[in-house]
Design a protein around this ligand. Structure first.
Ligand SMILES: Nc1ncnc2c1ncn2[C@@H]1O[C@H](COP(=O)(O)OP(=O)(O)OP(=O)(O)O)[C@@H](O)[C@H]1O
Length: 455
């Protein structure tokens, strides 16, 4: 049985979560006093800090949840439609216990405060936040409790720029210029606010195809920052701590120096010389966002992407299904019957810090499940973990040691039923492994692995 409470005792967890609350909760405006999530009003710069994006009393039940946009190191981002208003958001759901345990509270707080104060078309907008308690089931064991911190962000329906490059094979020079210009414009704004982002890896796209920068958890406010940063927010000015994602790290950080504004090529005169570079000839910097973006290449595996279709697929049970970008021929959503068979928040254990030790920095879990590894004589319970590296391992859940690293090639997967998944490893040592997933997600495992094979 996987229990969060059972491992450490409810008292400790409660203490941790209270600690989280006290660190995160800052006097906020209430929903009744504020209906201005879209306004440009300046936040109040005083001891009693007032958020522009209010802390609401909503619950996840107020939303229809759809596909999972992605899984970060300490969050899941899910498409969420508010039932009463019909507004669609990208809901960033974070487990408070996990964040507290991993000492990430300050980063969460910083992202919340910074996003609250940024206002630029190239930066993803924060609309509101709320806290919630989910009831979880695992293999029909008693209910578990997840206390979450949720941020309702502007939904970037165009997905990641990375996927556009993958689908198109390469960008034309004009398209590359367009995206580069929008990134430069957004970074100029971010830098003008006295912030260094430090983790520009997810360049997201709006439905129209304009760039949005997200994920401000690693942001570094400089001393003269125009952003109000409250006590307890992350500060590693002196320590030169490594923050960000290894593959995207700027050269100065690799040399153990602090991050600087210089990354994208801005010189001592700021962005002027960069923007007047011959590559950007013809770019109208003052009306950048009025330009026509490159046409988005749709995911060929998704048969229909109209909003209508997406909305008809809403089902709360998807929230626990981390089989991201799978080829289910159903617009990226599980069918109703598949969804029904997915335990609510089934893969919540992906938030459990004990699995994080098997990941490298920046690596995130795509699917995770307690399964039975079928062997000749005995069956063993193992934790099967699929990551975006991509990597597929199974771990002894009691000893917390990796028991196997499955190296796959093409077409090694066989689904015998909703429960049984067989994987053939063709590289040496050659072997065939079978797993039984009591949550009947064999097909989803297959699709998630195949999606990675096809990348
Ligand atoms: N506003 C958004 N709209 C659509 N998709 C989003 C949005 N924000 C994030 N995503 C997707 O969700 C994924 C997870 O985002 P998140 O910010 O939780 O973590 P991350 O930045 O990818 O990873 P890490 O936290 O490890 O740095 C992203 O990779 C992105 O694809």
């Amino acid at each position: 049985m996987l229990t969060l409470v059972g491992e450490e005792g409810g008292g400790t967890i409660n203490k941790m979560e209270n600690e989280f609350d006290s660190k995160l909760r800052i006097q906020s405006n209430s929903s009744s006093s504020s209906n201005n999530s879209n306004s440009n009003c300046n936040p109040q710069r005083s001891k009693s800090f007032v958020f522009r994006a209010p802390q609401e009393n909503f619950s996840i039940q107020d939303f229809e949840l759809g596909k999972i946009y992605g899984v970060g190191s300490y969050s899941k981002v899910v498409r969420a439609k508010k039932k009463d208003t019909g507004m669609v958001y990208a809901m960033k759901i974070m487990d408070k216990k996990f964040i507290t345990k991993e000492n990430k509270t300050a980063y969460v707080k910083l992202e919340r405060i910074v996003l609250d104060q940024l206002d630029h078309p190239g930066v993803v907008q924060l609309f509101f936040t709320f806290q919630d308690t989910f009831s979880l089931w695992q293999f029909d064991d008693p209910v578990l409790t997840l206390n979450s911190e949720d941020m309702a962000l502007e939904s970037c329906e165009g997905g990641e720029l990375f996927d556009q490059i993958t689908r198109k094979g390469r960008l034309s020079e004009d398209d590359a210029r367009f995206y580069a210009a929008e990134v430069v414009d957004a970074l100029e704004y971010i830098h003008s606010m006295g912030l260094i982002h430090r983790d520009i890896k997810n360049l997201l796209l709006t439905e129209d195809g304009h760039i949005k920068i997200a994920d401000f958890g690693s942001v570094k406010p400089m001393q003269d920052s125009r952003i109000t940063v409250l006590p307890n927010a992350a500060s590693d000015d002196k320590a030169c701590t490594f923050v960000g994602t290894a593959a995207y790290v700027p050269p100065e950080v690799l040399n153990s120096s602090p991050a600087t504004f210089g990354r994208p090529g801005a010189g001592p005169d700021g962005y002027a010389s960069l923007k007047s570079h011959p590559f950007f000839k013809g770019i109208d910097w003052t009306n950048l966002r009025a330009g026509t973006p490159p046409k988005l290449a749709l995911d060929p595996r998704v048969q229909s992407t109209s909003s209508e279709d997406q909305e008809s697929s809403w089902n709360p049970s998807h929230v626990g299904d981390t089989s991201v970008n799978t080829n289910d021929g159903n617009g990226g959503y599980a069918s109703a019957s598949e969804a029904g068979s997915i335990t609510r928040l089934a893969s919540i254990d992906s938030f459990d810090s004990k699995w994080q030790q098997f990941l490298e920095p920046g690596e995130s879990v795509l699917m995770i499940s307690m399964v039975k590894k079928l062997q000749k004589l005995t069956n063993k319970k193992v934790q099967l973990i699929l990551t975006n590296k991509p990597k597929l391992i199974y771990v002894d859940p009691a000893k917390l040691v990796v028991k196997g690293n499955i190296i796959w090639r093409h077409d090694p997967l066989l689904v015998r039923s909703r429960t049984f998944l067989t994987i053939a490893q063709f590289r040496k040592p050659k072997k065939v492994m079978s797993f039984e997933d009591a949550k009947q997600r064999a097909l989803q495992w297959k699709k998630a692995i195949e999606a990675l094979q096809n990348r």
